[in-house]
Ligand binder design. Sequence first.
Ligand code: C2E
Ligand code: CA
Ligand code: CA
Length: 601
Amino acid sequence: MERLEAHDDWKREGLGEGLLERSESRVNQPGDADHDRALWLEQTSRELEQRYQYTIALSPLVVWTAWPNGDILDIDEAGLARTGLSMGEVRGQGFFAAVHPDDRQSVATMWRRNASLGHPIDNEVRMRMRDGSYRWHRSRAAPLKDASGKILRWYGTIEDIHDRKLAADAVRWAADHDSLTGIWARAAFLTGLERAVERAAEAGSVVALMLFDLDNFKQVNDRFGHDTGDALLKDVAVRLSGAAEEPAMVGRLGGDEFALFLARPDSARLAAAIDRAVAALDTPFRYGAITYHCRSSIGVAFYPADGADGDTLRKNADLALYDAKAEGGGTLCYFRGELRLQMQQRLSMLSIARDALDRDLILPYYQPKIELGTGRIAGFEALLRWSHPGRGVQLPATIAVAFDDPELAIALGERMQEKVFADIRGWRERGLDTGRIAINASAMEFRGADFAAKLIARLAAFDVPATCIELEITEGVFFDNSDAHVRRTISTLHDAGITIALDDFGTGYASLAHLRQFPVDVLKIDRSFVQAPTACDWTIVRAIIGLGKGLGIKTVAEGVETNERRDALLNDGCDFAQGYLFSPPVASTGVVGLLEAERAR
Ligand code: C2E
Ligand code: CA
Ligand code: CA
């Protein structure tokens, strides 16, 4: 487009014709050698000049020359046409008037510096066009110097880069920002944090890094739909941005994780800024008829106290965030040195679990489930143990965090299934009736798309009927997974003949909706209610039993240690009980002993 216009200008001004006319006014006569050479020379130079004029006229570049101090000497027609300035207006400092006021300072600075040093000029400026609009241009110039290095002239070009620059800016903006919320994306945020720490180091100021993780965000998506989930994320971004006065940056690190850093001259002002950010999320969010109180876990680390660079600061804020989540969410935790120790302990647990798997040290123990009405064994719960070569049999608490690790949780679960199914096959071959054997599944294992299919296939591989198995899941399963996945998985297992028990019932979210939505066969009343001495706790036990009765769900009381509790449970209509009163968990050989003892009774 631009090229065509330039070409038209050139035709209008009769540039080509002028050149031709001049070439015809020659003096030498045809035939003599001098004449031919002169003709050839003239033709060549004419061609060169013509080509130059064409190039200028067709080029999108504006070409100019300036005095050593930068005062414009000459500019081409295109430059005048674009800016609407006359040659008279442009000469000297006049062209400066066409530079955007915001860019004048940087242009002047660059000229001052480079003109004195004789360095080439290259910068991007906005220039006012004939119609008053501004367009981005790239302005370049190189000095012509004499033998002594003195600048004689500047030769420069101005190139319209407006569209290209806007496109490049848009691409960069998109790369640096989160597309949903418009706040900084992870990489750009972390780079910004690094810079802020460097600046704080120079200024001797403090930086606080806050990491936010929305508790139960998945639940919002599930219950209210993804549009509401998106709206919530956007609102969180807006509120955090509003709470963070400069100098600060707000970013979305991924999913429902947000980050905010604040730089302040002193800790007192920083503390006030942190309070504002926390308060920003405290007011409930409203979407039509929905009011949602969004709880979040927040981890905070400070520069310089908790880390000398952005990366360490982020890691330590992450530890603090982990701590906040471990406390059940809805809370803010500051980084403490012990957290690093706790992290090391967690890592050590993971390595113990990995080692126990590698060396095949995992073995199931079984605790009988007693039918309260008859006192007979109605089934067993398989509980993970691992045998330490020197210290003997170890409890699952020694590797507890492995149940939350994506890979280890699955590996442990699968190993337990193999061991348990092998035991069941052995008992069946001996004609022993154990009742259903309950296995525990962590929320992490349950997350796998093929959890149900693999479990059913493994049962078949061990030749164990699904009706021998009960699956214990905690309510965490409902919060870590989409309702659709939970429904599919539970239905598949249930249809295959596996019964479903809700473990630790009453300690989690205890949403009654889950009991209606999913085919739950058994409620396991958590030990904390069964064992606690207060009447209030017992009211909860009674309520859960009543709930079970109403919904046709069996109830199992966990952790029964005394006759008194057993009698109370029996009296209140609880179906089954587990606990040290009847038997602690025992090795697979112990199962045979328990069943034989019962038969002998
Ligand atoms: P849980 O599923 O609630 O298991 C019941 C826990 O209570 C077991 O602890 C059991 O030994 C203990 N217990 C039973 N009767 C009594 C009693 O009368 N008094 C007291 N104080 N405790 C009693 P354990 O075996 O240490 O297991 C702890 C937790 O580890 C389990 O709690 C479960 O959440 C997890 N776990 C154990 N095995 C597995 C497994 O194979 N997979 C998964 N995902 N988690 C497991
Ligand atoms: Ca259990
Ligand atoms: Ca339990």
